[in-house]
Write a protein that binds this ligand. Structure first.
Ligand code: AMP
Length: 506
């Protein structure tokens, strides 16, 4: 058997006319079309000198052709390396230098700058624009559609995805054919995907969520997806009339809730709403259930591991929890320094093991060694606990832990108390350098103006609900919290903004 992800996805297609992708402008791409187009492109990649194991780095707007490029790269036995469209040339310089791709694909507007960078590592350059045009597509159109999918073993690399890296250099997570295939097949089963499903695909495809979770799950299930260039709440609500599943980041759900058209009727045909990549507030979960009658299914994963846990399809979808370990995945919580496994309800670092876990960081063997335990568990860096029912709860990234006066303060504990106050929209709790305490617990809050909340009122309300050492020393009000494109609050940005807070005060 060929363990190439492409073979596992497409070798058993029996109905090539079945619809795989529909575009916002009415384009319809069948499974047969995907096989044919990826064949032409794989032949073109080979003609451009891409060999088995070579990296193909891609910074392109979302389009069907960009997805076909992913499939063609994997099919050709090369390693797909998607790059966030927001990266500047300066940032691309690092990724291209580090990954040494054989081919770089970029937007035509970037050709000159990218060519200079690619030249340094001897890579060739092709262009791909938002409409799927460019030199890559012109070249592929001249090639034969027949391509014999390259033989790969389960552990051979299919993709490298750089982690967002808020501290230090981004690291390239090496993902194998079996990492991707096994996780998607598990999710098809767990989330009950069938060929009747139609997914609203409004996520970017340079990130694990939109590229692997959404696209691979749909293709393995022989389902269809409506491929949208970006998330537009009105358009998504329109599409709910003929779709069955939405996969989103929490901001999709908060923005949809702001839309008066969202109700039981507009969501009646949908069978599943999935959220991940950042924490979904328990309040958002409850509000969504009250408005639509659907319980959002929250799951937890990361670039390095694909998906680890998910709330159940049947059974309790617990607000604020990320659910149970997926079949085949083992999750445990340990004491960070010693690796001692902790009992239920104790907070520590989350570790995972399973066929979903990556092969290590690209050209960083030392870093890889320190992130794995001797028995093969990957140390995620997320702090959390497992409750008595086996549900995993995340309390934030380890590096966001606040240590004040020698005590650990888990931001989520403080945030949950603040978020529960009337008038609070959301909050972020950070540690800011403080001469006496090491770090001062600091709350940054978004509130409804009409509620008239003040720093004093928040602190008074928390008094008696939180231990003294967890109490925020300052509560600051802002209009919005800084977020990255996947909806994650950028606490590092907040820490930088308020770095001088307690210095000034003294
Ligand atoms: P990324 O590699 O960009 O997908 O980011 C992975 C990180 O996002 C994880 O390590 C978590 O810190 C966070 N994350 C993903 N899903 C969730 C979730 N459902 N709840 C809370 N945090 C999440």
């Amino acid at each position: 058997m060929n363990a190439n992800l492409f073979s596992r996805l497409f070798d058993t297609v029996t109905d090539p006319d079945r619809l795989a992708i529909e575009t916002a402008d009415g384009g319809r791409i069948s499974y047969g079309n995907l096989i044919e187009r990826s064949g032409r492109l794989a032949n073109y990649l080979a003609a451009r000198g891409v060999k088995v194991g070579d990296r193909v780095a891609v910074q392109a707007e979302k389009s069907v052709q960009a997805l076909v490029l992913y499939l063609a790269t994997v099919r050709a036995g090369a390693v797909y390396l998607p790059l966030n469209t927001a990266y500047t040339l300066n940032e691309l310089d690092y990724f291209i230098g580090d990954a040494e791709p054989a081919l770089v694909v970029c937007d035509p507007a970037r050709l000159e700058g990218v060519s200079a960078l690619a030249g340094k590592v001897g890579a060739v350059v092709e262009t791909l624009d938002a409409a799927g045009g460019g030199t890559l597509s012109v070249g592929a159109a001249r090639c034969d559609a027949d391509f014999s999918t390259v033989q790969r073993s389960p552990d051979d690399l299919a993709a490298i995805l750089y982690t967002s890296g808020t501290t230090g250099r981004s690291k390239g997570a090496m993902l194998s054919h079996d990492n991707l295939a096994s996780n998607s097949l598990t999710l098809v089963d767990y989330w009950r995907f069938t060929d009747k499903d139609v997914l609203i695909h409004a996520l970017p495809i340079y990130h694990t969520h939109g590229l692997f979770v959404a696209s691979n799950v749909v293709l393995f299930a022989r389902a269809a997806m409506i491929f949208l260039p970006k998330f537009d709440p009105n358009q998504v609500i329109d599409l709910m009339a003929r779709a069955t599943v939405l996969m989103g980041v929490p901001t999709f759900y908060t923005r949809l809730l702001q839309n008066p058209r969202l109700d039981r009727e507009t969501t009646a045909r949908m069978r599943l709403f999935v959220s991940g990549s950042a924490p979904l507030l328990a309040d958002t979960h409850r509000e969504w259930a009250a408005r639509t009658g659907h319980a959002v299914l929250e799951r937890y994963g990361m670039t390095e591991t694909n998906m680890n846990t998910s709330n159940p399809y049947d059974g309790d979808r617990v607000p604020g929890a990320v659910g149970l370990p997926l079949p085949g995945v083992t999750v445990r919580v340990t004491e960070p320094e010693t690796g001692k496994v902790l009992p239920a309800d104790e907070i520590g670092v989350i570790e995972v093991k399973g066929p979903n876990v990556f092969k290590g960081y690209w050209r960083m063997p030392e870093k890889t060694r320190t992130e794995f335990r001797d028995d093969g568990f990957f140390i995620t860096g997320d702090l959390g606990k497992i409750d008595g029912r086996g549900y995993v709860h995340i309390l934030g990234r380890g590096k966001d832990l606040v240590i004040s006066g020698g005590f650990n303060v888990y931001p989520k504990e403080v945030e949950s108390e603040i978020d529960a106050m009337p008038g609070v929209v959301e909050s972020a709790v950070i540690g800011v350098p403080h001469a006496d305490f090491g770090e001062g617990v600091t709350a940054v809050v978004v509130a409804d103006k009409a509620a008239g909340l003040t720093e004093d009122r928040v602190i008074k309300a928390l008094d008696g609900r939180l231990a003294k050492f967890k109490m925020p020393k300052r509560v600051l009000f802002v209009d919005t919290l800084p977020r990255n494109t996947m909806g994650k609050i950028q606490k590092n940005v907040l820490r930088d903004s308020y770095a001088e807070l307690y210095v000034k005060a003294q």
